[in-house]
Design a protein around this ligand. Structure first.
Ligand code: GTP
Ligand code: MG
Length: 146
C-alpha cells in the first residue's frame, strides 16, 4: 500500500500544529525526534545547491520534529494538498501552511512530494521495525471488497 512521510517541523510543534492533522488515512509510524544538522542535510540533500539549504537544515534541527508515516491509496498527493504550497503566499486557506505559515522558511510541516522521495524519506527517518502493519475495522467501508 502507498505510504508517505509527513513531519511537523519545529515551528509546527511549538505552535501545536499536530492538531491540524486529520488525514483520514492510516498512521503506521510516529516518533518525536530532534534531528542532528547532519541528518537534516541528508533529508534536504536535493536542495544542497540552493541558497537557503544551510538555513533550512539549521531550522529542521532546531527542535523536536514529529515524524510520521501515513498509509493509504493516494496518500502522497492527499498529504501535499492538505499541507498546501511551499510558499504561504501561494497556499490556499484551508491548507495547513495557508492557515498557519507566515514566511516560506518556517512552513510548519513537510510532506513527501512523490513516490520516490516518499520511499527515500521513510527509509531515512524510520527503521522497518518502527513501522506497523495493521487492519482497521473501517477499511472495508473505505475501500470496499476489492
Ligand atoms: P518540504 O515539504 O519541506 O520539502 O517543502 P516543499 O516540498 O514544499 O518545498 P522544497 O522541497 O522545494 O523546499 C524545502 C524547504 O525549503 C521548504 O519547506 C522551505 O522550508 C525551504 N524553502 C524552499 N524555498 C525557499 C525559499 O525560497 N527561501 C527559504 N528561506 N526557504 C525556502
Ligand atoms: Mg520538498
Amino acid at each position: 500500500m502507498e505510504r508517505t512521510f509527513i513531519a511537523i517541523k519545529p515551528d509546527g510543534v511549538q505552535r501545536g500544529a499536530e492538531d491540524c492533522l486529520e488525514l483520514g488515512f492510516k498512521l503506521v509510524g510516529i516518533k518525536v525526534v530532534v534531528p542532528s544538522k547532519d541528518f537534516a542535510q541528508k533529508h534536504y540533500h536535493d536542495l544542497k545547491e540552493r541558497p537557503f539549504f544551510n538555513g533550512s537544515c539549521d531550522f529542521l534541527s532546531s527542535g523536536p520534529v514529529i515524524a510520521m508515516v501515513w498509509e493509504g491509496e493516494g496518500v502522497i498527493r492527499y498529504g501535499r494538498k492538505l499541507i498546501g504550497a511551499t510558499d504561504r503566499q501561494k497556499s490556499e486557506h484551508g491548507t495547513i501552511r495557508g492557515d498557519l505559515a507566515v514566511v516560506v522558511g518556517r512552513n510548519i510541516i513537510h510532506g513527501s512530494n512523490g513516490p520516490v522521495t516518499a520511499k527515500d524519506e521513510i527509509n531515512l527517518w524510520f527503521k522497518p521495525q518502527e513501522l506497523v502493519s495493521y487492519t482497521t475495522n473501517a477499511e472495508k467501508w473505505i475501500y470496499g471488497d476489492n
